[in-house]
Design a binder for this molecule. Structure first.
Ligand SMILES: Cc1cc2nc3c(=O)[nH]c(=O)nc-3n(C[C@H](O)[C@H](O)[C@H](O)COP(=O)(O)O)c2cc1C
Length: 206
């Protein structure tokens, strides 16, 4: 567990609960960890590039957290550099809840899941909203699947942490089912069909 994650997440009230339930001593060690965990490495960059969705939490001015599912083409959440993530905000239901929340509190928390491999990455960042007219080149960079990017959500990384695989049920997209399961099955089936045909011919069954 990286140090920066512990610094952000282990607030005084969290530490009090850890003390109450006996895990404070163990978790205090992570506050002293050498790895700060606030710069993405190749491992996180590859993981992020392979995602087609993530969950994004913002905080409303009334104190409520707000979680929204964000989905798009694979790799639509882009790593601009090892401290910066960004995605293009496209027109949706026009409730603008996350945008409204970001206007009063720019902190975001993301969770990215790789269901087939049961991996998950948590990210903390400070977001800024860049409107299309401010940086048209950035909008083009963030454009995927022909969707018009109305604004960019650019996030400066504060911390990340890999979570354990516990309780992640493997789930597969149609493409993954095709690649992982159906292609080998189809190839096996066609081999068996040919073998069957060959045996029938040999035994004069056809
Ligand atoms: C026409 C339409 C298109 C949408 N496209 C997307 C999309 O590409 N990705 C996505 O995650 N949600 C999409 N949504 C759902 C939400 O509008 C979208 O997640 C939006 O960002 C919600 O933001 P908010 O909950 O912060 O207000 C779409 C909704 C509509 C009505």
């Amino acid at each position: 567990m990286p140090r920066r994650f512990a610094e952000i997440s282990f607030t005084d009230s969290v530490k009090a609960q850890q003390a109450r339930y006996g895990s404070r001593e163990m978790y205090h060690r992570f506050e002293l960890a050498e790895n700060s965990g606030d710069v993405l490495t190749e491992k996180e960059i590859e993981f992020i590039a392979a995602r087609d969705s993530f969950y994004q939490a913002t905080v409303a001015e009334n104190g409520y957290p707000y979680v929204q599912f964000k989905g798009g083409a694979t790799g639509f959440l882009k790593v601009l550099d090892s401290k910066t993530l960004a995605y293009g905000d496209v027109r949706g239901n026009r409730q603008y809840i996350s945008l409204g929340n970001l206007a009063v509190n720019n902190r975001v928390s993301l969770i990215l899941l790789d269901y087939p491999n049961r991996r998950r990455l948590k990210v903390w960042a400070q977001a800024s909203v860049i409107e299309a007219e401010q940086n048209p080149a950035l909008m083009l960079k963030l454009q995927t699947a022909g969707q018009i990017v109305e604004r960019a959500i650019v996030m400066t990384l504060e911390a990340y942490d890999w979570n354990c695989p516990k309780n992640i049920t493997p789930r597969f997209t149609e493409q993954e089912i095709q690649d992982i399961f159906l292609v080998p099955l189809q190839s096996r089936l066609s081999f068996l069909e040919q073998e069957n045909q060959h045996l029938k011919t040999k035994l004069n069954l056809v």
